[in-house]
Design a protein. Structure first.
Length: 335
């Protein structure tokens, strides 16, 4: 077993998932302002450190994706953030793309940038303690999109990124996110997601990526948020499994879903049903940001000194999702 495969499996073992705490300063500012907390480096650190010190980190969270600002910060006890994460038995990771920019040649679509200077940045992140990385490609669905250009360009960037990351002995999370914005049907989402994932793997294979040493972070198959179509959670689970079975090579150790616009409960319920129906060899877990943090953030904003209470709220969500990653969740456990 390769070292990379070991890391990937350790992140996702026993129902563990990934805490996506890699919001850029801009995104984190929006989140904090939405709950009337000033976005200062101290407040951003305090909220994150509170979560990273919670008891559920050891049993539920196998990896944490950090942002450039956070990986370089020190905790209130003066140790480094990656040390805090490693000490609770979780693995520190880092978001390395520099964001989605307008795609030249198709101005309605986006291409993710950040390959320039990436090799040097990866070496620095490795020294800081990161052992896995994240890069997100985004695709919109309309009658004309995603275009062949966007599918090809983002797959190529994801593969180039993955090659550099594995060269630096880290596990790349490959995140091709087909957005749920729009009025498209679940069938549209299924077809476009399949096309996007297949193209990603074609490029990954071309770039000689060790598929046993990556984690795929896809969207679930959902109708657009403006669509009139109402799918049951069971249908979401079956379509999602079907899509991944037909487009993901069997070597991949694990799949960690993004929550992409779903509510906390919705994201947990869908993950649980995916695992109750899972007849593949893939580990199916979670890599959630808002769906793990939102309730904790709302609670914390009422009294930023109530760290124990905030951790309690976070621990509950982490436990619910870890049960869902094993197909053992039920609605009754939420109360």
């Amino acid at each position: 077993m390769s070292e990379l495969n070991n890391i990937a499996l350790k992140i996702l073992e026993n129902g563990k998932g990934i805490l996506a705490a890699d919001e850029s300063t801009g995104t984190m500012t929006k989140r904090l302002e939405s709950v009337n907390v000033p976005s200062t480096p101290e407040n951003r650190l305090l909220f994150r450190e509170t979560l990273f010190s919670a008891s559920s980190m050891t049993e539920c969270i196998g990896g944490v994706i950090l942002y450039d600002e956070t990986i370089k910060q020190n905790t209130s006890k003066k140790n480094k953030i990656p040390e805090l994460i490693s000490n609770v038995g979780s693995i520190p990771g880092i978001k390395v793309d520099t964001g989605a920019k307008v795609l030249a040649g198709s101005p309605e679509e986006k291409i993710t940038e950040g390959l320039d200077g990436l090799r040097e940045r990866l070496k620095e992140y490795y020294k800081l303690g990161a052992r896995f990385t994240k890069w997100r490609g985004v695709y919109s669905i309309t009658k004309d999109y995603p275009s062949k250009l966007s599918i090809q360009a983002n797959a190529h960037a994801l593969a180039r990124y993955s090659a550099l990351v594995q060269e630096c002995n880290m596990v790349p999370i490959v995140e091709p996110e087909v957005l749920m914005d729009g009025d498209h049907t679940a069938k549209d989402c299924y077809e476009k997601t399949s096309e996007v994932i297949k193209k990603c793997f074609e490029e990954l294979i071309l770039h000689q990526i060790d598929l046993k040493g990556i984690i795929l972070k896809p969207n679930m198959i959902l109708a657009g948020n403006k669509s009139k179509e109402k799918l049951s959670n069971d249908e979401v689970a079956k379509l999602t499994l079907d899509c991944l079975k037909n487009s993901v090579p069997s070597e991949i150790p694990g799949i960690a879903f993004l929550s992409g616009g779903q509510s906390e409960i919705e994201a947990t319920k869908n993950l649980d049903l995916i695992n109750k129906h899972n007849n593949t060899n893939f580990i199916m877990s979670y890599s959630y940001g808002r769906a793990l943090q939102q309730s904790a953030l709302k609670f914390w904003s009422k009294d930023t000194n109530n760290l124990v209470g905030t951790q309690k709220v976070f621990n509950h969500r982490a436990k619910m999702n870890t049960l869902a990653a094993q197909g053992k969740w039920s609605k009754d456990l939420e109360n």
